[in-house]
Design a protein around this ligand. Structure first.
Ligand code: AMP
Length: 504
């Protein structure tokens, strides 16, 4: 029997109407559960009555993070439409809107031009503009709608709640379906493995169009009736202030490594006290052991996790008591979930062998929207999802992510995983951020090129960097070229986009 979907915010509005549900950091707006539920109920009603939105329709959102965006996400839970959130890469938007065929585009005023252009080009029938609580079509829709809830659609855990487009660094972006059931189980995993609970207060600065913003920990915090602080986007100084400020009561946050690299370089970092934080997750890209050790020393309760859009985030989590002993590992599989490592010949590997990480469980996507070929290629052996990540499991069952398969290069016949070299570069205390890629080479086939951003005012030379690598790595792994640059390219989630680094 399929499990029905329950209306979380209505439940909390009835049980704890005065509890703070959400704070919009940029505009200062604060919503109790009663207010949040009232606005979302009216919004759902308005979307149904004015735009004819119904179960299964797609509603797209193009906006920076805000509590308004949370309202659209949760109106989808009440009305059963599929929330289609977009990455902000403008050239991809038209493709995505043709693929996702939304019935409505909700956009923030700051993105009016691209939003209207895309709506016209892709034939999206209606648009709705929101500001940050100011006069807007969005606010009018809410104000003019009735506060009584429409009859609930018959939704089950198998119905999609969101479509999140994966980055598409190779080929076209693919829309991963995230069902109500996937989100439900991810919420349980946040509770079990990251101690998220009703008193939790979460800080979100990763984009809500990515699972890093949506699934850790925004949606689960609503599920448990906690409080969400929503930042418009990542701002290192604001994030540091909020994480260190005990008066906000913030207990949880989730970051990609670049976020914590930037926070660590702020002058206020040395004095900041993070001991009140229950759990700060780090994942989405490989954090270096040097970075993890810096935060462990500060007593931040940093929890390394591995996950991806297609797994509604958490796939593995490192428990806090293993933070030092297993530093660098992304932990063990979350409850309800199986993970295996498979070699290129399709054989399941034992401990110590590098292979592709494959995952099976209730947080794994049922598939991509509109992509039968990708779906056929992504699942093997009765439902194991192929992640494209190279990983290794140790004898205790702890998984370390070695790298993306596609980022590996071959130098003189040897496999080189750039993440291993980057970890060594991070040991150099003048290095703020770095990335290594393979470039073509006449003799060795491929060799490494390191891109390094130095800390403010710091100096070093390519020779000194290579000398350090030689002391730590086999010769074929030492980058033959070292380039110092001002900034690495990042995507909107804050991850380094290696494909944008020059190969020539
Ligand atoms: P996305 O779907 O955009 O969230 O990207 C998911 C990918 O991020 C994974 O397939 C991994 O390649 C990478 N990733 C996530 N967590 C980690 C981690 N802890 N260490 C290394 N890579 C990670």
């Amino acid at each position: 029997m399929s499990i029905p979907v329950y209306d979380w915010i209505r439940f909390h509005a009835e049980g704890q109407p005065g509890k703070l549900a959400a704070v919009d950091v940029e505009s200062g707006r604060r919503l109790t559960y009663a207010q949040f539920n009232d606005r979302v109920t009216r919004l759902a009603r308005g979307l149904s009555e004015k735009f004819g939105i119904a179960k299964g329709d797609r509603v797209a959102v193009l906006a920076p993070n805000s509590t308004d965006q949370m309202e659209v996400q949760f109106a989808a839970q009440k009305l059963g439409f599929i929330y289609l959130d977009w990455r902000l890469a403008v050239p991809e938007l038209e493709y995505i809107s043709r693929d996702g065929t939304p019935a409505l585009l909700v956009f923030h005023a700051s993105m009016r031009d691209p939003a209207l252009q895309i709506a016209e080009r892709a034939g999206i029938p209606a648009t709705l503009e929101m500001t940050d609580g100011g006069e807007s079509a969005y606010e009018q829709l809410i104000a003019r709608s009735q506060p009584e809830q429409l009859p609930s659609p018959s939704l089950t855990h198998d119905d999609p709640w969101s479509i999140i487009y994966t980055s598409g660094t190779t080929g076209r972006p693919k829309g991963a379906l995230l069902t109500h059931g996937q989100m439900f189980y991810n919420d349980l995993h946040c509770a079990l493995h990251m101690a998220l609970s009703p008193p939790s207060v979460s800080l979100t600065f990763l984009p809500m169009f990515h699972v890093g913003g949506l699934c850790v920990y925004l949606a689960p915090t609503v599920h448990f009736g906690g409080t969400n602080y929503v930042m418009r986007g990542f701002d290192a100084a604001v994030a540091l202030r909020l994480l260190a400020d005990q008066s906000t009561g913030i207990t949880h946050g989730f970051a990609v490594p670049t976020n914590l690299i930037m926070i660590e370089q702020l002058p206020g970092f040395a004095e900041a006290d993070f001991s009140h934080l229950v759990s700060v997750g780090i994942g989405g890209a490989a954090p270096s052991p040097t970075l993890l050790a810096t935060y462990n020393k500060k007593g931040m309760n940093l929890q390394h996790a591995w996950g991806m859009t297609e797994t509604a985030t958490l796939g593995t989590v490192l428990s806090p008591d293993k933070a030092t002993e297993k530093i660098g590992a992304a932990g063990r599989p979350v409850l309800h979930t199986q993970i295996r490592i498979v070699d290129t010949g399709g054989n399941v590997c034992g401990p110590g062998a590098v292979g592709e990480l494959q995952i099976k469980g209730p947080t794994v996507t049922p598939g991509y929207w509109n992509k039968p070929d990708a779906n056929a290629a992504s699942f093997v052996d009765g439902g194991w999802f192929r992640t494209g990540d190279a990983a290794v499991c140790d004898a205790d069952g702890y998984y370390t992510i070695v790298d993306r398969w596609k980022d590996m290069y071959i130098s003189g016949g040897e496999n080189v995983y750039p993440a291993e070299i980057e970890n060594v570069l991070y040991q150099i205390n003048t290095v703020a951020e770095c990335a290594v890629i393979g470039i073509p080479h006449d003799k060795w086939g491929e060799v490494g090129r390191a891109f390094i951003v130095l800390k403010a005012g710091a100096e070093t030379t390519a020779e000194a960097v290579q000398a350090h690598c030689r002391s730590q790595l086999a010769r074929y792994k030492v980058p033959t070229e070292v380039r110092f640059i001002v900034e690495l390219p990042h995507n909107a989630t804050g991850k380094v986009t290696k494909h944008a680094l020059p190969k020539t």
